[in-house]
Each structure stands twice: as structure tokens, then as C-alpha cells.
Design a protein around this ligand. Structure first.
Ligand code: NAP
Length: 294
């Protein structure tokens, strides 16, 4: 292996410490940052994500409202709950764990969250601000990816960044952020309609895989010395006791022979996502000002 393996856990620990210190300062002003995390149903992956988020909130000294609703909750009930939390001044952020059961429209739910409390940065108003380059929340996973690049002093200016995946939560915002003047990368955004994916990935100085397809990116698709950031978290069935293991979108062992930097899965982008969420909750609480309940 020749690549530097980027330690997302260490980078995330530094961010979480920063969020803890911001929380301490807020508490001196009588404000305890508070995030309401809503889970509808019992999807095992979602359960593990909300548990991890609650743990991170507690570690940062923040308050976590852990709201669990049954699979049969109606859209109207969920919207009414969100309206009541929007009005609750002691709650600074609202996160609805996705995916939602099929009978609830994700779009309606995301749009119901007050933009100032939308710490995931999924609301159309916040996505619009992101596109326009106006101040506001940054989406957690893309922001985590950029922070990993920055932490390794990987140059973005003039670099060719290739993003594989155009989802609203990862690929699209990443492409927009990388193309901002401050970062000044030239961006190619790939998806299932892309002809000859390897041709594009081989041009990348920075290759970001966010496709949700295990092992999609192989050694021969990587330019020598490129930074390879693997956003993918895929459950691959195996014969272990828990019945699966986690795999990224990148074939790590092969890719590490060609890349200059690479992120592992787990332990790369994943921990950064939750750490960036803590940062956004602190930001929301700072922007609201005032003591809880004011
Ligand atoms: P998504 O909504 O399923 O989108 C996947 C995107 O990848 C789509 O745009 C799709 O293209 C594209 N794609 C899929 N297979 C492809 C292929 N063979 N060639 C080219 N493009 C391909 O996924 P997502 O929500 O962005 O998540 C992507 C991955 O990141 C998943 O593994 C997810 O678990 C992981 N993730 C990790 C974190 C973290 O914190 N580490 C956070 C979020 C997501 P089309 O648009 O043409 O269908």
C-alpha cells in the first residue's frame, strides 16, 4: 500500500471537542444546544444512526430529544409534531431520520422543518443558500469530506474533482461546494447515465465515491497519487454472526496501491458526518441566542 490512510475518527474527535467547547460557552449564557431526533419505525440501520447521534450529543454536553414513533404514524401526525417543535424555543435543531416509511412524503416532512432548525441542510431554502454561496448550514457529509481534504492539505484549487453520485444529500452539494471560488476545483459529476465511468474517474485528482455500490471503484480507475474519498456505507451480507459487514464504494486494498490518500470504511467519512452535525447544532444554538425557553 502506498496511500496515506486518512483517519476520520481522529479528525472527527477534534471537531467534536470544538463542539463541546462551543456548548460550554453557550451554557455559560444559559443556552443548552438541543437537537430533536425523530425516528419513525424500526429500521435497524436508522436505529443505529440515531443511537450514535444521541451519544455524540451527550458527549458534547448537548441535549438530545430522542423521539421514536411507530411505523404506522401518519404524515399528518408527523407534520403536526414538527410544527410543535418548530415553535419550541428550547429546541435548536430538528433531524428526521431518513428513510421514512413509504406512506410519508419525505419532501413534505423536510419542507415542514423551520429552515433555522434544519441542521441537516436538506430544506429547499438551505439548499438554495448553499447553491448561491450565502451563509447558512452546510450539509454534514459533504462538509465532512471537505474537512478531511483540508486536514490533509490536499489542494483543491485547479484540481479536477470527480464526484460519483448525484444524490441531494451527498453528490450534488459536494459538487457545488467544490466548485465554489474558495475551493476552485473543476468538477465532474457522474451518475448511472455516465458513459465510461472509468474514463472520468481516471482524470480525477480528487475522486469522491458516493454511489452506494460496494467495490465500484477499482485500482485501475484511479489516477496515480489521487485523493480517494469513500462516502459509501454498504451492508454486504456474509456468514458472520451479525450477518453482514460494512463496505465502501471503493475496493480499498487495490485502490490504496494507486491512490495518494484514501479513506477507510468504516472510520473515514462516517464519523465526520456526525461531528459536523454537532457543529451545526452548536451553530443553530449560537444563532438563536437567548436562554432556553426565552
Ligand atoms: P443515493 O441517493 O442512492 O444515490 C446514489 C447515486 O450514485 C445516484 O446518483 C446514482 O446515480 C449513483 N450511482 C449508483 N451506482 C452507480 C454506478 N454504478 N455508476 C455511477 N453512478 C452510480 O445514495 P446517497 O444517499 O448519496 O448515498 C451514497 C452512499 O453513501 C451510500 O452507500 C450511503 O450509505 C452512503 N452515505 C454515507 C454517509 C456517511 O456519513 N458516511 C452519509 C450519507 C450516505 P443515479 O442518480 O443515476 O441513480
Amino acid at each position: 500500500m502506498s496511500a496515506i490512510v486518512i483517519d476520520g475518527k481522529a479528525a472527527a474527535a477534534a471537531l467534536r471537542e470544538e463542539a463541546r467547547q462551543r456548548t460550554e460557552r453557550l451554557k455559560e449564557r444559559g443556552v443548552t444546544p438541543c437537537l430533536a431526533v425523530i425516528l419513525v419505525g424500526e429500521d435497524p440501520a436508522s436505529l443505529s444512526y440515531v443511537t450514535a447521534k444521541q451519544k455524540a450529543l451527550a458527549a458534547a454536553g448537548m441535549e438530545g430529544r430522542d423521539i421514536r414513533l411507530s411505523e404506522t404514524t401518519t404524515e399528518a401526525q408527523l407534520l403536526s409534531l414538527i410544527a410543535s417543535i418548530n415553535a419550541d424555543k428550547s429546541v435548536h435543531g430538528i433531524l428526521v431520520q431518513l428513510p421514512l416509511p413509504a406512506h410519508i412524503r419525505e419532501e413534505a416532512v423536510i419542507t415542514a422543518i423551520e429552515p433555522g432548525k434544519d441542521v441537516d441542510c436538506f430544506h429547499p431554502v438551505n439548499v438554495g443558500k448553499l447553491l448561491l454561496g450565502r451563509p447558512g448550514f452546510l450539509p454534514c457529509t459533504p462538509h465532512g469530506v471537505l474537512d478531511l481534504l483540508k486536514g490533509q492539505n490536499i489542494p483543491t484549487k485547479g484540481a479536477h474533482a470527480v464526484v460519483v453520485g448525484r444524490s441531494n444529500i451527498v453528490g450534488k452539494p459536494l459538487a457545488v461546494l467544490l466548485a465554489r471560488r474558495e475551493l476552485n476545483a473543476t468538477v465532474t459529476l457522474c451518475h448511472t447515465g455516465t458513459k465510461d465511468l472509468p474514463f472520468h474517474t481516471r482524470q480525477a485528482d480528487i475522486l469522491i465515491a458516493a454511489a452506494g455500490t460496494p467495490g465500484l471503484i477499482k485500482k485501475d480507475m484511479i489516477k496515480k497519487g489521487a485523493a480517494v474519498i469513500d462516502v459509501g456505507v454498504n451492508r454486504v451480507a456474509d456468514t458472520s454472526a451479525r450477518g453482514y459487514h460494512l463496505a465502501g464504494d471503493v475496493d480499498f486494498d487495490g485502490a490504496a496501491e494507486a491512490a495518494g490518500w484514501i479513506t477507510p470504511v468504516p472510520g473515514g467519512v462516517g464519523p465526520m458526518t456526525i461531528a459536523m452535525l454537532m457543529r451545526n447544532v452548536a451553530q443553530a444554538a449560537e444563532e438563536r441566542g437567548g436562554a432556553n425557553g426565552d
